[in-house]
Ligand binder design. Structure first.
Ligand SMILES: Cc1cc2nc3c(=O)[nH]c(=O)nc-3n(C[C@H](O)[C@H](O)[C@H](O)COP(=O)(O)OP(=O)(O)OC[C@H]3O[C@@H](n4cnc5c(N)ncnc54)[C@H](O)[C@@H]3O)c2cc1C
Length: 305
């Protein structure tokens, strides 16, 4: 069969896109490997109506809601290739299976690369964090740090005093201007230039960081902006245009999540420089609606995209 829409990635963005299409009674197939970006966190915060639930619980709730719609189906495996074909798009799996659809929504998210520092990976999502709005509140105003990877660190350091006494660790990577130093001083941010060499504490909790000169600084949370890369290369295979965000490349889309390639829509972290579950879901809603409207108003994909 030819589906109306294939969605690659079945998390916040992909499932939200699927809901719009399901409610239009369109056939939609969601392909998902079950590895959402926030799976390392014990709880997810800020998603309306689901604050504090485990990430997997939110995903199950979204799936359960979708299961009420008979035109939605799922595959639990990786999409490995995609190609434009006459009727739309053909998606292939590693086992050789292929499916086709008239439109495609890419919602497969991004991967994080953390700096190479002993003790960092085992704390990711619990005491090593990327977003104060998501997890800062739970640190209960204890001391926090920012580990500089690039310019984003200065921005994070200005925000973080609202969540706890803040130290910016430049790691020798960040040169701060006199204006920045003055702004930090107004916000009460300490600047530490001696590099962190190790994270200490009963993992995944963090008690302190060890510095290269032997000092130890007590911290309950360490924030950083990890480098991000798309979780797979399907957008590249389709030649979708990309843009560069502060942490890595993302698929360039217009206000309705339309990519540069006609019939291809993208949503969520894959297509945004602002990672957030609610924003990903909202983008998914737009992408699902846009894919639906494209089936009606541009059935032969004649527009420029
Ligand atoms: C540690 C951590 C904690 C976070 N906590 C919060 C929080 O509390 N609140 C908040 O708002 N945001 C939080 N975020 C951000 C949030 O996780 C993302 O914004 C959100 O997950 C993006 O949703 P998405 O649907 O775009 O992508 P994802 O949730 O990453 O989902 C992408 C899906 O695509 C699948 N996939 C990938 N490649 C393929 C393929 N080739 N074929 C099939 N499927 C594929 C993956 O398995 C995954 O299920 C957190 C992020 C991190 C890293």
């Amino acid at each position: 069969m030819t589906y109306d829409v294939i969605i690659v990635g079945g998390s916040f963005a992909g499932l939200s896109a699927a809901m719009q299409l399901a409610r239009a009674r369109r056939s939609v197939h969601v392909i998902d490997t079950g590895l959402p970006r926030n799976r390392f966190a014990h709880s997810s915060h800020g998603f309306p109506g689901q604050d504090g639930l485990r990430p997997g619980e939110i995903n199950s709730n979204l799936r359960r809601e979708l299961s009420a719609y008979p035109t939605v189906s799922f595959s639990e495996m990786a999409a490995t290739a995609v190609a434009r074909e006459m009727a739309g798009f053909q998606v292939s799996f590693a086992n050789g299976a292929e499916i086709v659809a008239r439109r495609i929504v890419l919602a497969y998210g991004v991967r994080d690369t953390l700096p190479d520092l002993p003790g960092i990976y085992e704390r990711w999502g619990v005491s090593v964090l990327h977003c104060p709005y998501c997890h800062g509140y739970e640190l209960n105003q204890q001391p926090v740090g920012v580990l500089a990877q690039g310019e984003m660190a200065a921005h994070q350091a200005m925000l973080l005093p609202d969540w706890g006494p803040t130290t910016l660790f430049t790691q020798g990577r960040l040169l701060l201007s006199p204006d920045q130093l003055q702004a930090f001083s107004h916000r009460g941010v300490q600047v530490e230039e001696t590099p962190i060499t190790e994270l200490i504490g009963n993992s995944p909790a963090l008690d302190s960081v060890q510095l290269a000169d032997g000092r130890e600084i007590a911290l309950a949370g360490l924030f950083l902006a990890p480098q991000t890369t798309p979780s797979c290369d399907l957008a590249d295979q389709l030649d979708c245009a990309t843009a560069n965000g502060p942490t890595g490349p993302y698929v360039d889309v217009d206000a309705m999540q339309t990519t540069s390639v006609p019939g291809v829509f993208a949503a969520g972290d894959l297509a945004s420089p602002m990672p957030n579950a609610t924003l990903a879901a909202a983008a998914g809603v737009k992408a699902g609606g846009a894919a639906h409207r494209s089936l009606i108003f541009d059935p032969d994909l004649t527009s420029e995209g």
